[in-house]
Design a protein around this ligand. Structure first.
Ligand code: RAM
Length: 343
């Protein structure tokens, strides 16, 4: 019973690979279709941390996609976003011979040897949300162009603080690849002459821990009495900062903005603590990452620039430079539109 099935599976994979080869030889850009995906693929999601509402939405999106293409999905991961806290989960997934690992990396380099080991055993590795160094994965599903996220955050905070005064960044962990890349672009944007009256006084780290982010917010307000804004490019950080400020004498004086989920931020927009913030749909991010992983594991794509595949309800997606696939531009939420979003 098993052998013919294996042969059929192998034949399907060979046919998909042959189709790719032919298309490449003819110079035709082919698109992999959902029907080409293997069924029963074992795909494991490893979020930065298991209990972060943002990560839960992203993982749920991934599990929904896996259900679409009849795979076997699961979510495993640490309760803190520490640099090496994901290692033991990766090792277990290797032992279990998963078909693919989809991971939001807590560190650009610390995980690379373990992910390389996974790939050497035929397990496909896709990063999403937060990347590793490129040698640690085959594809990176990015929520939006990192440069536009970083520059956009400065453009938004500049508007909220009237283009002048002191502001601070409240980030996630010091090792988070995504936040560090965005902050780099924030600092780049700040060099423009129109921001010459704005001063970034401090980058604080709340480690994507609610309580630490809350305490860091308090510390920023005490250390910088003239602070006019806090930008938290992390959904955990922005919610904790808004909660602190909403009941403090800084409410109305210190603007809070950054990246957050509409559901976590709604109350703070309604009570006037937060005027505007940004994000993409984390559920769609997980959904797209699952389709990317399934296509790699089915042999319908290899991860090369220019290859494309069908990502269910998100339609056709194409791999860009450095194995990066971009979900789409972020949305800015404020009192006028926040009730249109439920995630
Ligand atoms: C937190 C995490 C995540 C980031 C969002 C915006 O949930 O740090 O990686 O993308 O914020």
């Amino acid at each position: 019973m098993h052998k013919p099935l294996l042969h059929a599976k192998a034949a399907a994979t060979h046919m998909a690979t042959a189709a790719l080869l032919c298309a490449a030889m003819l110079g035709i850009a082919s698109t992999a279709h959902a029907a080409d995906l293997k069924s029963g693929l074992k795909i494991a999601f490893v979020p930065k941390q298991i209990n972060n509402p943002y990560e839960v939405i992203a993982d749920d999106g991934g599990m929904a996609a896996i259900k679409d293409f009849k795979g076997v999905g699961k979510v495993v991961g640490p309760s803190d976003a520490g640099a090496s806290s994901q290692v033991s989960y990766i090792n277990t997934l290797i032992t279990q011979q998963q078909d693919a690992i989809v991971i939001a990396a807590n560190d650009a380099n610390a995980l690379v040897p373990y992910l390389k080991k996974a790939m050497s055993q035929g397990i496909k590795v896709v990063t999403f949300d937060s990347d590793t160094a490129p040698e640690g994965r085959q594809l990176f599903v990015n929520q939006a162009n990192a440069e536009s996220i970083g520059r956009g955050q400065i453009q938004l905070v500049a508007k909220l603080m009237g283009g002048e005064g002191e502001f601070a960044i409240l980030s996630a962990t010091p090792n988070a690849t995504n936040q560090n890349t965005w902050i780099k672009w924030m600092q780049e944007e700040l060099k423009k002459p129109e921001y010459s009256k704005m001063k970034l006084v401090k980058i604080a780290y709340g480690n994507d821990d609610d309580q630490k982010s809350f305490v860091e917010t308090q510390g920023l307000l005490q250390a910088y009495p003239n602070l006019k804004a806090i930008v938290a490019p992390t959904s955990v950080g922005i919610a904790a900062a808004a909660r602190y400020i909403s009941t403090s004498s800084s409410k109305g004086k210190v603007a809070v903005t950054g990246l957050g989920t509409p559901n976590q931020m709604r109350a703070f927009v309604k009570n006037g603590t937060v005027k505007a913030f940004q994000l993409w749909d984390p559920g769609q991010l997980g959904y797209l990452a699952a389709y990317a992983a399934a296509n790699l594991a089915s042999g319908t794509i290899t991860g090369k620039e220019g290859e494309s595949f069908e990502a269910g309800k998100l339609g056709k997606r194409t791999i860009g430079a450095n194995g990066e696939i971009i979900l789409g531009p972020p949305t800015t939420f404020d009192a006028s539109n926040i009730d249109n979003f439920n995630f």
